[in-house]
Design a protein around this ligand. Structure first.
Ligand code: PMP
Ligand code: GLN
Length: 382
C-alpha cells in the first residue's frame, strides 16, 4: 500500500478533456494552447542554437542575455527597474516557478489563501510543502475579490496569498486600486505573495495590466511569475521566469537548483535573440488576441450561450443555462465534446466548493480564424 502524499489528486481536467477531444475528433478548445505556430524567427533561432553548440547546461539562474531581456521588457511594460542578476530567475515553465516559490517559503502548518476558481497547480504544491490552502471565493458575477471574505480568511497562520491576474479561467483583471487595497490589508502581516501573471500581455479593450512588479509595497514580498509559453505562442517549450526581490530570489534559487537546476539551454538563447530583435511583440499581443476574442464572441452572439467578453487571457467563459440546465458542467463539457464536437473545460473543477447552479464552461480562443469559425458554427446549433 502506498501512502499517497496527494490522496485527493487525480489526472488533471486538461489531460482528460484533451484526451477526449482526440478520442472523439472534436475541436479542442479545452486545454489552453494555440493551434498556430509562434514567430518563424523564434523557431529558426532554436535550430540555429542547437546546431551551434548551445546544448549543455544553462546557468542555474538562467542565461544572462535572457534575464537581461526580461528586465528590459519589464522596464518597457511597467516602467520599473529590476536587477537581472539578483531578481530574475529562468525556470522550466511557470508551473515549476510556482512550485519552487511555494516550497521556498511555506512551512508545515502554514496557510495559503487562494481565490476560487483557482488554477489547479497551486494546492498540490502547498500540500507538498505541508501547508494548507484556504479558499476564498471570487464574486460570482465579475470574479473580483470579495474583501470581506478575504479579511475573514486571514489568520495568524496565513503565510501567503496567491494572486492570478489576468485570471484563469474567468479572464478577470485585478486593478491597481485593488492592489493598493491588498497592500493596506496586509501591511502589518508577515506574509508573501505569489503573483501568477502568466497572461500579463493578454489584456484587452485598452486596459493596462496592473502588475505587482509596478506596486512597490507589494513587490517587496512577492514572487511575480510569468511564462514565455503564453507570450510567444510556445506553451510546449515550458519556459518561464520568476521576478522577486533579492532575498526572496535567493531562497527561491535554493529550491530551483534542486528541482531542475536550470531551464532548457537552446530555448533560452532563442528567446533572448527574439526578444532583442522584436521587443514590440508583446505590445502587439493585446490587439492580436482581442481580434480573436471579438471574432469568436461576435459569432457566438448567434448562439444560446450567454457571456461577458473576457477582459484578459485567451479564455472565454460561456453560460449554458439556456441550453442544458439539467447538466452539471462536467457532464455538459463531455456532452458538448461527444455530441457537438467542441471540447471545453468545466469551471467547477477550479473550485473547492463549486457555487450551486453555476453553469459555465471555458473555451480557449487561442486558435486560427478557421478553427474559431468552425467551433462557433458547431456551438450555434446547440
Ligand atoms: N498559471 C496559470 C494561471 C496558467 O494558466 C498556466 C498555463 N497552463 C500556468 C500557470 C503554467 O504555465 P507554464 O505552462 O509555463 O508552466
Ligand atoms: N494552463 C493551461 C490551461 O489552463 C493548461 C496547462 C496544463 O495542461 N496543465 O488550460
Amino acid at each position: 500500500m502506498i501512502t499517497s502524499k496527494l490522496p485527493n489528486v487525480g489526472t488533471t481536467i486538461f489531460t482528460r478533456m484533451s484526451a477526449l477531444a482526440v478520442e472523439t475528433g472534436a475541436l479542442n478548445l479545452s486545454q489552453g494552447f494555440p493551434d498556430f505556430e509562434g514567430p518563424q524567427a523564434l523557431r529558426d533561432a532554436v535550430g540555429r542554437h542547437v546546431n551551434n553548440g548551445h546544448n549543455q547546461y544553462a546557468p542555474m539562474t538562467g542565461l544572462p542575455a535572457l534575464r537581461q531581456q526580461v528586465a528590459t521588457k519589464i522596464s518597457r511594460s511597467y516602467g520599473v527597474h529590476v536587477n537581472a542578476d539578483a531578481e530574475i530567475t529562468i525556470t522550466p515553465g511557470a508551473t515549476q516557478a510556482i512550485f519552487c516559490a511555494i516550497q521556498a517559503v511555506i512551512h508545515p502548518g502554514d496557510e495559503v489563501i487562494v481565490f476560487d476558481p483557482c488554477y489547479d497547480s497551486y494546492e498540490p504544491a502547498v500540500e507538498l510543502a505541508g501547508g494548507r490552502c484556504v479558499h476564498v471565493q471570487l464574486g460570482l458575477d465579475d470574479f473580483s475579490i470579495d474583501w470581506q471574505k478575504l479579511t475573514d480568511a486571514l489568520s495568524p497562520r496565513t503565510r501567503m496569498i496567491i494572486l492570478n491576474s489576468p485570471h484563469n479561467p474567468s479572464g478577470a483583471l485585478i486593478t491597481h486600486a485593488e492592489l493598493d487595497q491588498l497592500a493596506t490589508l496586509i501591511a502589518d502581516r508577515d506574509l508573501y505573495l505569489v503573483s501568477d501573471e502568466v497572461y500579463e500581455h493578454l489584456v484587452f479593450d485598452g486596459v493596462p495590466h496592473a502588475s505587482v512588479l509596478a506596486h512597490e509595497a507589494l513587490y517587496q514580498r512577492a514572487f511575480v511569475i510569468s511564462s514565455f509559453g503564453k507570450t510567444y505562442h510556445v506553451t510546449g517549450w515550458k519556459t518561464g521566469y520568476v521576478v522577486a526581490p533579492p532575498a526572496l530570489t535567493a531562497e527561491l534559487r535554493k529550491v530551483h537548483q534542486y528541482v531542475s537546476f536550470c531551464g532548457v539551454t537552446p530555448l533560452q538563447y532563442a528567446l533572448a535573440d527574439f526578444m532583442a530583435m522584436r521587443p514590440e511583440h508583446v505590445e502587439e499581443l493585446p490587439a492580436f488576441y482581442q481580434e480573436k476574442r471579438d471574432l469568436f464572441c461576435d459569432l457566438l452572439g448567434e448562439s444560446r450561450f450567454s457571456f461577458t467578453r473576457a477582459a484578459g487571457t485567451y479564455f472565454q467563459l460561456v453560460d449554458y443555462s439556456q441550453i442544458r440546465p439539467d447538466l452539471n458542467d462536467v457532464d455538459m463539457a463531455v456532452w458538448m465534446t461527444r455530441e457537438h464536437g467542441v471540447a471545453s473545460i468545466p469551471v467547477s473543477v477550479f473550485y473547492q466548493n463549486p457555487p450551486k447552479g453555476q453553469r459555465l464552461v471555458r473555451l480557449c480562443f487561442a486558435k486560427r480564424e478557421e478553427t474559431l469559425r468552425t467551433a462557433a458554427e458547431k456551438l450555434c446549433v446547440i
